[in-house]
Design a protein. Structure first.
Ligand code: AP5
Ligand code: MG
Length: 190
Protein backbone atom coordinates (compact mmCIF):
# COMPACT_ATOMS: atom_id res chain seq x y z
CA UNK A 1 0.00 0.00 0.00
CA UNK A 2 1.04 3.59 -0.57
CA UNK A 3 -0.09 5.63 2.43
CA UNK A 4 0.86 9.27 2.39
CA UNK A 5 0.16 12.40 4.37
CA UNK A 6 -0.15 15.61 2.38
CA UNK A 7 0.93 18.23 4.85
CA UNK A 8 0.82 22.03 4.77
CA UNK A 9 -0.82 25.19 6.07
CA UNK A 10 -4.34 26.29 5.08
CA UNK A 11 -4.20 27.28 1.41
CA UNK A 12 -1.03 25.31 0.64
CA UNK A 13 -2.82 23.26 -2.02
CA UNK A 14 -3.44 20.03 -0.10
CA UNK A 15 -6.89 19.53 -1.62
CA UNK A 16 -5.78 20.57 -5.10
CA UNK A 17 -2.79 18.23 -5.18
CA UNK A 18 -4.70 15.37 -3.50
CA UNK A 19 -7.10 15.27 -6.43
CA UNK A 20 -4.22 14.80 -8.86
CA UNK A 21 -2.48 12.18 -6.71
CA UNK A 22 -5.56 10.01 -6.18
CA UNK A 23 -6.36 10.12 -9.90
CA UNK A 24 -2.92 8.98 -11.05
CA UNK A 25 -1.97 6.61 -8.23
CA UNK A 26 -5.45 5.26 -7.64
CA UNK A 27 -5.51 6.04 -3.93
CA UNK A 28 -8.34 6.86 -1.53
CA UNK A 29 -8.61 10.49 -0.36
CA UNK A 30 -9.24 11.14 3.34
CA UNK A 31 -9.75 14.86 3.93
CA UNK A 32 -10.85 15.41 7.52
CA UNK A 33 -12.00 18.93 6.54
CA UNK A 34 -14.24 17.55 3.77
CA UNK A 35 -15.68 14.88 6.07
CA UNK A 36 -16.43 17.50 8.73
CA UNK A 37 -18.03 19.88 6.19
CA UNK A 38 -20.26 17.02 5.00
CA UNK A 39 -21.30 16.30 8.62
CA UNK A 40 -22.15 20.00 9.06
CA UNK A 41 -24.21 19.94 5.87
CA UNK A 42 -26.12 16.84 7.00
CA UNK A 43 -26.61 18.43 10.43
CA UNK A 44 -25.44 15.31 12.26
CA UNK A 45 -24.62 15.60 15.98
CA UNK A 46 -20.92 15.57 15.07
CA UNK A 47 -21.46 18.30 12.47
CA UNK A 48 -23.40 20.46 14.88
CA UNK A 49 -20.68 20.13 17.51
CA UNK A 50 -17.89 20.85 15.01
CA UNK A 51 -19.41 23.83 13.21
CA UNK A 52 -18.62 26.52 15.77
CA UNK A 53 -15.07 25.26 16.18
CA UNK A 54 -14.48 25.27 12.41
CA UNK A 55 -16.06 28.69 11.95
CA UNK A 56 -13.63 30.03 14.57
CA UNK A 57 -10.66 28.48 12.74
CA UNK A 58 -9.79 26.25 15.70
CA UNK A 59 -9.16 22.50 15.77
CA UNK A 60 -11.83 19.89 16.38
CA UNK A 61 -10.87 17.54 19.24
CA UNK A 62 -8.31 14.83 18.60
CA UNK A 63 -10.66 12.07 19.82
CA UNK A 64 -13.38 12.98 17.35
CA UNK A 65 -10.93 13.24 14.47
CA UNK A 66 -9.23 9.93 15.26
CA UNK A 67 -12.54 8.08 15.51
CA UNK A 68 -13.65 9.57 12.19
CA UNK A 69 -10.42 8.55 10.45
CA UNK A 70 -10.45 5.04 11.90
CA UNK A 71 -13.96 4.48 10.61
CA UNK A 72 -13.02 5.46 7.04
CA UNK A 73 -9.82 3.41 7.05
CA UNK A 74 -11.65 0.33 8.39
CA UNK A 75 -14.32 0.70 5.71
CA UNK A 76 -11.91 0.96 2.80
CA UNK A 77 -8.63 -0.72 3.67
CA UNK A 78 -9.40 -3.98 1.89
CA UNK A 79 -10.50 -2.31 -1.33
CA UNK A 80 -7.87 0.35 -1.97
CA UNK A 81 -4.21 0.67 -2.98
CA UNK A 82 -3.56 3.21 -0.27
CA UNK A 83 -4.70 6.42 1.38
CA UNK A 84 -3.90 10.11 0.95
CA UNK A 85 -4.46 11.98 4.22
CA UNK A 86 -5.23 15.66 3.64
CA UNK A 87 -5.41 17.99 6.64
CA UNK A 88 -4.68 15.14 9.04
CA UNK A 89 -2.75 14.70 11.31
CA UNK A 90 -2.68 18.23 12.68
CA UNK A 91 -1.42 17.65 16.23
CA UNK A 92 1.16 15.36 17.82
CA UNK A 93 -1.70 13.46 19.50
CA UNK A 94 -3.26 12.82 16.07
CA UNK A 95 0.09 11.70 14.63
CA UNK A 96 0.60 9.29 17.54
CA UNK A 97 -2.97 8.09 17.09
CA UNK A 98 -2.38 7.40 13.40
CA UNK A 99 0.80 5.44 14.13
CA UNK A 100 -1.03 3.35 16.76
CA UNK A 101 -3.94 2.74 14.41
CA UNK A 102 -1.65 1.71 11.56
CA UNK A 103 0.19 -0.65 13.87
CA UNK A 104 -3.09 -2.18 15.00
CA UNK A 105 -4.18 -2.72 11.39
CA UNK A 106 -0.80 -3.85 10.07
CA UNK A 107 -0.41 -0.80 7.81
CA UNK A 108 2.48 1.64 7.51
CA UNK A 109 3.00 5.24 6.54
CA UNK A 110 5.05 5.58 3.34
CA UNK A 111 5.85 9.29 3.60
CA UNK A 112 4.77 12.81 4.46
CA UNK A 113 4.82 15.40 1.67
CA UNK A 114 5.05 18.88 3.10
CA UNK A 115 4.04 21.80 0.88
CA UNK A 116 5.84 25.04 1.71
CA UNK A 117 4.16 28.33 0.81
CA UNK A 118 4.79 31.75 2.32
CA UNK A 119 2.06 33.32 4.40
CA UNK A 120 1.14 36.32 2.20
CA UNK A 121 0.55 33.91 -0.71
CA UNK A 122 -1.58 31.61 1.49
CA UNK A 123 -3.76 34.49 2.59
CA UNK A 124 -4.04 35.72 -0.98
CA UNK A 125 -5.15 32.32 -2.26
CA UNK A 126 -7.76 31.88 0.45
CA UNK A 127 -9.18 35.39 0.06
CA UNK A 128 -9.49 34.70 -3.65
CA UNK A 129 -11.16 31.35 -2.99
CA UNK A 130 -13.53 32.99 -0.49
CA UNK A 131 -15.46 34.60 -3.32
CA UNK A 132 -16.57 31.22 -4.69
CA UNK A 133 -16.01 28.54 -2.05
CA UNK A 134 -18.93 29.18 0.23
CA UNK A 135 -16.67 28.06 3.07
CA UNK A 136 -17.72 29.88 6.21
CA UNK A 137 -14.10 29.82 7.47
CA UNK A 138 -12.81 31.75 4.44
CA UNK A 139 -13.07 35.23 5.96
CA UNK A 140 -9.98 37.37 6.48
CA UNK A 141 -10.13 37.11 10.26
CA UNK A 142 -10.62 33.33 10.33
CA UNK A 143 -8.02 32.77 7.60
CA UNK A 144 -5.47 34.53 9.83
CA UNK A 145 -6.60 32.50 12.85
CA UNK A 146 -6.20 29.26 10.88
CA UNK A 147 -2.61 30.24 10.01
CA UNK A 148 -1.90 30.95 13.68
CA UNK A 149 -3.36 27.61 14.79
CA UNK A 150 -1.25 25.91 12.13
CA UNK A 151 1.93 27.60 13.40
CA UNK A 152 1.21 26.76 17.04
CA UNK A 153 -0.29 23.28 16.87
CA UNK A 154 0.66 21.71 13.56
CA UNK A 155 4.19 22.92 12.72
CA UNK A 156 5.73 20.69 15.46
CA UNK A 157 4.75 17.70 13.31
CA UNK A 158 7.44 18.65 10.80
CA UNK A 159 10.11 17.71 13.29
CA UNK A 160 8.12 14.66 14.40
CA UNK A 161 8.15 13.23 10.88
CA UNK A 162 11.68 14.44 10.13
CA UNK A 163 12.92 12.43 13.12
CA UNK A 164 11.18 9.36 11.72
CA UNK A 165 12.75 9.89 8.27
CA UNK A 166 9.35 10.26 6.66
CA UNK A 167 9.42 13.94 5.67
CA UNK A 168 9.71 15.18 2.06
CA UNK A 169 9.60 18.92 1.45
CA UNK A 170 8.08 20.27 -1.76
CA UNK A 171 8.02 23.91 -2.81
CA UNK A 172 4.31 24.78 -2.89
CA UNK A 173 4.84 28.01 -4.85
CA UNK A 174 4.55 27.86 -8.62
CA UNK A 175 1.96 26.40 -10.95
CA UNK A 176 -0.27 23.52 -9.82
CA UNK A 177 1.29 21.35 -12.53
CA UNK A 178 4.92 22.15 -11.56
CA UNK A 179 4.19 21.34 -7.94
CA UNK A 180 2.47 18.11 -8.89
CA UNK A 181 5.46 16.95 -10.94
CA UNK A 182 7.68 17.34 -7.88
CA UNK A 183 5.25 15.38 -5.71
CA UNK A 184 4.97 12.69 -8.35
CA UNK A 185 8.75 12.25 -8.50
CA UNK A 186 8.78 11.57 -4.78
CA UNK A 187 5.79 9.20 -4.80
CA UNK A 188 7.31 7.11 -7.55
CA UNK A 189 10.27 6.36 -5.28
CA UNK A 190 8.28 5.50 -2.15
P1 AP5 B 1 -9.35 21.85 6.09
O1 AP5 B 1 -10.51 21.58 5.25
O2 AP5 B 1 -8.30 20.83 6.19
O3 AP5 B 1 -8.77 23.25 5.63
P2 AP5 B 1 -7.34 23.93 5.72
O4 AP5 B 1 -6.26 23.10 6.32
O5 AP5 B 1 -7.61 25.23 6.35
O6 AP5 B 1 -6.87 24.01 4.28
P3 AP5 B 1 -7.64 24.45 2.97
O7 AP5 B 1 -8.58 23.36 2.59
O8 AP5 B 1 -8.17 25.81 3.15
O9 AP5 B 1 -6.40 24.55 1.98
P4 AP5 B 1 -5.69 23.44 1.08
O10 AP5 B 1 -4.31 23.25 1.58
O11 AP5 B 1 -6.53 22.23 0.90
O12 AP5 B 1 -5.58 24.25 -0.27
P5 AP5 B 1 -6.47 24.17 -1.60
O13 AP5 B 1 -6.01 23.05 -2.45
O14 AP5 B 1 -7.91 24.26 -1.27
O15 AP5 B 1 -9.84 22.16 7.58
C1 AP5 B 1 -10.90 23.05 7.83
C2 AP5 B 1 -11.25 23.05 9.32
O16 AP5 B 1 -11.73 21.76 9.71
C3 AP5 B 1 -10.07 23.32 10.28
O17 AP5 B 1 -9.85 24.70 10.47
C4 AP5 B 1 -10.56 22.62 11.55
O18 AP5 B 1 -11.51 23.38 12.22
C5 AP5 B 1 -11.24 21.39 10.99
N1 AP5 B 1 -10.32 20.26 10.82
C6 AP5 B 1 -10.00 19.63 9.65
N2 AP5 B 1 -9.13 18.65 9.85
C7 AP5 B 1 -8.87 18.64 11.18
C8 AP5 B 1 -8.02 17.86 12.01
N3 AP5 B 1 -7.25 16.88 11.49
N4 AP5 B 1 -8.00 18.14 13.33
C9 AP5 B 1 -8.77 19.10 13.87
N5 AP5 B 1 -9.60 19.88 13.15
C10 AP5 B 1 -9.64 19.65 11.81
O19 AP5 B 1 -5.99 25.53 -2.28
C11 AP5 B 1 -6.40 26.79 -1.74
C12 AP5 B 1 -6.76 27.75 -2.88
O20 AP5 B 1 -5.58 28.04 -3.64
C13 AP5 B 1 -7.75 27.16 -3.89
O21 AP5 B 1 -8.59 28.17 -4.35
C14 AP5 B 1 -6.85 26.63 -5.03
O22 AP5 B 1 -7.49 26.64 -6.26
C15 AP5 B 1 -5.70 27.62 -4.99
N6 AP5 B 1 -4.41 27.03 -5.37
C16 AP5 B 1 -3.98 25.77 -5.10
N7 AP5 B 1 -2.73 25.59 -5.59
C17 AP5 B 1 -2.36 26.77 -6.16
C18 AP5 B 1 -1.18 27.20 -6.84
N8 AP5 B 1 -0.14 26.39 -7.01
N9 AP5 B 1 -1.14 28.48 -7.28
C19 AP5 B 1 -2.21 29.32 -7.11
N10 AP5 B 1 -3.37 28.95 -6.48
C20 AP5 B 1 -3.45 27.69 -6.01
MG1 MG C 1 -8.38 21.56 1.69
Amino acid sequence: MLNIVLFGPPGAGKGTQSEKIIAEFNLFHISTGNILREEVKQQTPLGMAAKAVMDAGKLVSDDIILQMVEKVIQEHKHKVKGFVFDGFPRTIAQADGLMALFQKLGLSLSGVISLTVDEPELINRLLKRAQASGRTDDTEEVIKKRQEVYRNETVPLLQYYQERNLLYNVNGMGTIEEIYQNIRNILQKL
